[in-house]
Design a protein around this ligand. Structure first.
Ligand code: S3P
Length: 190
């Protein structure tokens, strides 16, 4: 319990907010800002998977393959969705898993950070920790992922467009959209 918090300004995040979106959409960046505005923990599912496995995501893919990674991802997401409300940045593939998606719909509010191809390409460039983008042309892969995943991501409760704007502005828009969806004020920190 946080006894330091003045009860007159205390807020209550009723449910975890899960950030959904492709690699480079800004889930961690926007998620951290939302968490600090709402004074709740920020949790990065990829980091939790790495912690549980004692390996990086790239190592898990390399040693055991993607299906093994997806099993671990499903288990970690299930555990995290059973915990205290937080801002949870899911890996780009998590919402594609039917079981995880169902659980997210039951237990959380999902926020899709929708980004255009150019944004995703620019934001993932020069980074090598994402195995899906390490083989072949990243732009082609990201376009394919847009085609296959966006129809499913569109099942998220809330969606906002993200571009190359200042992340504080994007986070403010995200908060606004979430508050509208939930019909309540969430932020306590200006
Ligand atoms: C993946 C996205 C990555 C990570 C893994 C697979 C995906 O997370 O989970 O490399 O399938 O889209 P980020 O979206 O946080 O980069």
């Amino acid at each position: 319990m946080n006894d330091q918090r003045d009860s007159s300004t205390a807020h209550h995040l009723p449910k975890t907010i899960v950030l959904v979106g492709l690699m480079g959409a800004g889930k961690s960046c926007i998620g951290r800002r939302l968490a600090s505005r709402l004074e709740v923990p920020f949790v990065d599912a990829d980091a939790e998977i790495e912690k549980a496995a004692g390996l990086t995501i790239a190592e898990i893919f390399e040693k055991y393959g993607e299906p093994y990674f997806r099993d671990g991802e499903r288990r970690v997401m299930t555990r995290l969705l059973q915990g205290e409300p937080c801002i949870l940045a899911a890996g780009g593939g998590a919402f594609m898993d039917e079981e995880t998606r169902t659980l997210i719909k039951e237990r959380a509010t999902s926020l899709w950070l929708r980004a255009e191809l150019d944004t995703l390409v620019a934001r993932t460039k020069g980074r090598s920790h994402r195995p899906l983008l390490n083989n072949g042309d990243a732009r082609t892969t990201l376009q394919q992922l847009i085609d296959t995943r966006y129809p499913i991501y569109s099942e998220a409760d809330v969606a906002i467009d993200t571009g190359m704007d200042n992340p504080n502005i994007t986070a403010a828009r995200a908060l606004d959209a979430l508050e509208k969806h939930m019909g309540t004020t969430l932020a306590t920190v200006p």
